[in-house]
Write a protein that binds this ligand. Structure first.
Ligand code: COA
Length: 145
């Protein structure tokens, strides 16, 4: 497996199949996908993209830090789960965000993944909230020195 930068167009299908199965691709196309500073990482195995993640500059007013990035749309093809691909994508993405000046990375976590994200040093705040077409989520973030 190798991790590489990818164009967002190449991960729409994986995002849709993992996060919004059966729905139109437009449900997994985000306004921020092509913003300046946005980047997308792909885990490539068997010459195909089997996991992906997206980061983009975005300020969360709840957090008193400059240079914030949001992490979004972490997906691993169900046939390739449990191999550490999501873990590697998070670590690599955070490393790149920090190298670009990020002081914090924040995201909306599925509540059942809170312990997973805590293992990266992320912390949650506030109350869980519903996300349309998905499950309950909670705010999480990680601060970098
Ligand atoms: C969450 C997800 C990205 C993990 O992908 P993955 O490549 O299998 O992750 P990893 O192999 O790096 O797993 C690392 C850890 O995550 C944990 N984990 C993975 N999926 C989990 C789940 N659904 N519930 C609880 N823990 C989970 C595993 O326990 C694993 O821990 P271990 O190494 O101690 O066994 C994948 O299950 C997925 O695409 N889910 C659907 C989309 C989603 O929920 N995205 C995140 C939105 S916040």
């Amino acid at each position: 497996m190798k991790i590489e930068f990818t164009d967002v167009e190449k991960i729409y299908n994986l995002r849709r199949d993992v996060m919004r199965p059966g729905m139109d691709l437009s449900y997994v196309m985000y306004d921020e996908d092509n913003n300046e500073g946005s980047f997308h990482l792909a885990a490539v195995e068997d010459d195909k993209i089997v996991a992906c993640i997206t980061f983009f500059p975005s300020t969360n007013p709840d957090l008193p830090y400059e240079n914030q990035y949001r992490m979004r749309a972490l997906c691993t093809d169900e046939n390739y789960r449990g191999r550490g691909y999501a873990t590697q994508l998070i670590n690599k993405g955070m490393e790149i965000a920090v190298s670009r000046g990020a002081h914090v990375v924040w995201f909306h976590a599925r509540v059942h993944l809170v312990n997973f994200y805590r293992s990266f040093g992320c912390v949650e705040y506030g109350q869980p909230f519903p996300v349309k077409y998905s499950c309950m989520h909670i705010n999480m973030y990680k601060v970098f020195n």
